[in-house]
Design a protein around this ligand. Structure first.
Ligand code: FAD
Ligand code: 2HG
Ligand code: ZN
Length: 521
């Protein structure tokens, strides 16, 4: 009897959700999100002054580019692939915070050309910044002074995708979304997904060890990347390609290039383990009253969705409302809650997965932890819900300047910094909000204001790093250190480790030509 009553309650609770699995006409997949990223040069902020001036950067002891160098590169690559004009887009970072003054952009078409460029630059002591899709958020992909921009745009081929092994080999300049489309043609999927997928390169992703929304399921790139080919500062090609998951032949040097942000070598090619595409994908977008309920729901998702849980994202009210205000095409299924979670399941049995996610939501509603929401398995609607999450970081920069942080924090203390920061900034900030990859303990704290100003900058930094460090968190969960965080590395890294990093940098790049002014200060 008790069991029956419980079942009835479950059904009632689930029925209050606006479920759209059975929608007859699937919503066509739109490309609004990706188009926005592709066409946006960066944020709505004003063009900044040169970073060398604003940040008083002492130019390194590098040679000055001359006509002979340009002629050398033209001979090597062909005139079309050597740019000396209209370089603004290559000099400014996505957030319009960092601006360099490069006079030369090189676009090699293969590994040998990358090697020849670096050989010349190393001999001449010319500094170089490797650049992928230029979507990085820490000022790592643009010059700080007059470094040559080495764009990987032309190394854009997917070389092979093996349906049997699940291993794909791809050139580093391939756009993530294009790579994923190719993998999907044979029933595989790239285990990495992020809002910048229409612009970022797979090589940029590996160089930053990008996280994104599926780490909770597939882990990070140190696991998925099986091998890399990298060109060292002296032009030597280091072949660390591997087509096997298991390969214990000595030191695992590929890891040096995953997340080293172009400071140790230029990645030209890589192999990646791609999982088989899931037959059934369901997404729930739910509203909750408190962060305590968010944590309870996360624990329940892990316990009850287990092996099919593929994403667990958090969005707070201010983050959602800002995106909705800026992008009228977004359709939020629910509104009026302090917190929202986007929970995705991916599995191989539609009925089973649907039953599981319904039961999980029903339980949460019965306990009063989940207040309302939508669950859908319709591919078009799944995409519509994901679009809301993907547009959140862009909403915050659409018409403002935004300080963005990607910190790892213990889950119990995950959200408190947002309230603390809001209090600290007061009216100086227009929006202080938190969202991110709850499933990986990775919070995105965003503080936006009308334009960059020192008063708010000083309120936010180094406070955010001190706070994170006190909780033994990480000051960079996924975006990297780049230029913006290099002075704060010590908040998360032991001095002995930092010294070893310096020694490794010196060994691999003795002239310091690769991405100077980044990662290490
Ligand atoms: P770039 O920005 O061009 O470069 C990034 C760094 O890598 C630089 O230091 C550059 O020198 C180096 N680099 C690039 N290519 C190479 C190469 N071939 N060899 C050596 N070094 C290289 N990041 C996340 O981790 N998770 C997210 O969910 C996420 N979402 C985002 C959403 C939006 C809307 C935006 C704008 C950014 C987001 N990012 C996210 C940040 C960014 O997209 C990632 O850091 C991405 O991996 C950068 O790739 P990219 O090709 O644009 O690299
Ligand atoms: C995301 O998860 C990205 O959307 C960007 O990492 C986060 O802009 C940000 O703060
Ligand atoms: Zn993120």
């Amino acid at each position: 009897m008790r069991f029956q009553q419980l079942l009835q309650m479950r059904r009632y609770a689930s029925a209050t959700l606006r479920r759209s699995v059975t929608a007859t006409t699937p919503t066509p997949a739109t490309t609004t999100t990706t188009t926005t990223v592709r066409t946006m040069a960066g944020s709505g902020a004003a063009i900044p002054e040169l970073t060398q001036i604003t940040d008083n950067v002492q130019r390194g002891n590098y040679a000055e580019l001359n006509d002979k160098d340009v002629a050398h590169f033209e001979k090597l690559l062909g005139k079309n692939h050597v740019l000396t004009e209209d370089l603004e887009g290559y000099n400014i970072c996505f957030l319009k915070r960092i601006r360099g003054n490069s006079k030369l952009v090189l676009k090699p078409g293969n590994t040998e050309e990358v090697a020849a460029i670096l050989r010349h630059c190393n001999e001449r002591k010319l500094a170089v910044v490797p650049q992928g899709g230029n979507t990085g958020l820490v000022g790592g992909s643009v010059p700080i002074c007059d470094e040559i921009v080495l764009s990987l745009q032309r190394l854009n081929k997917v070389l092979s995708v093996d349906e049997v092994t699940g291993i794909a080999v791809v050139e580093s300049g391939c756009i993530l979304e294009n790579f994923d489309q190719r993998a999907r043609e044979v029933g595989l999927t790239v285990p990495l997904d992020l809002g910048a997928k229409a612009s970022c390169h797979i090589g940029g992703n590996v160089s930053t060890n990008a996280g994104g929304v599926r780490v909770v399921r597939y882990g990070n790139l140190h696991g998925s990347v099986l091998g890399v080919e990298a060109v060292l500062a002296n032009g030597q090609v280091l072949d660390l390609m591997s087509n096997f998951k298991k390969d214990n032949t000595g030191y695992h040097m590929k890891h040096l290039f995953i997340g080293s942000e172009g400071t140790l070598g230029v990645i030209t090619k890589l192999s990646m383990l791609c999982p088989h595409t899931s037959k059934s994908v369901n997404v729930a977008f739910i509203g909750l009253n408190s962060f305590d309920d968010v944590l309870k729901t996360f624990v329940s998702a892990k316990r009850n969705l287990g092996e099919i849980l593929s994403s667990c994202e958090l969005i707070d009210e201010r983050a959602l409302n800002t995106a909705l205000e800026q992008f009228k095409f977004l359709n939020a299924p629910i509104s009026g809650y302090p917190f929202y979670m986007l929970i995705e399941t991916s599995g191989s049995n539609g009925d089973h997965d649907e039953e599981k996610i319904n039961q999980f939501i029903g339980d949460g509603m019965e306990k009063g932890e989940i207040l309302d929401g939508t669950v859908t398995g319709d591919p078009g609607k799944v995409q519509e819900i994901w679009k809301i999450r993907e547009m959140v970081p862009l909403g915050l920069i659409e018409k403002s300047f935004c300080f963005k942080y990607d910190i790892s924090l213990p889950l119990r203390d995950f959200y408190s910094i947002v309230d603390v920061m809001r209090e600290r900034c007061g009216p100086l900030a227009t929006v202080v909000c938190g969202y991110g990859h709850l499933g990986d303990s990775n919070l995105h704290l965003n503080v936006s204001c009308e334009e960059f100003n020192d008063a708010i900058y000083k309120k936010v930094e180094p406070f955010v790093y001190e706070y994170t460090s006190k909780l033994k968190g990480s000051i960079s969960a996924e975006h990297g250190i780049g230029f913006l965080k290099k002075d704060y590395l010590h908040y998360s890294k032991d001095p002995v480790a930092i010294n070893w990093m310096r020694d490794m940098k010196k060994m691999l790049d003795p002239n310091g030509i690769l991405n100077p002014y980044k990662v290490l200060n």
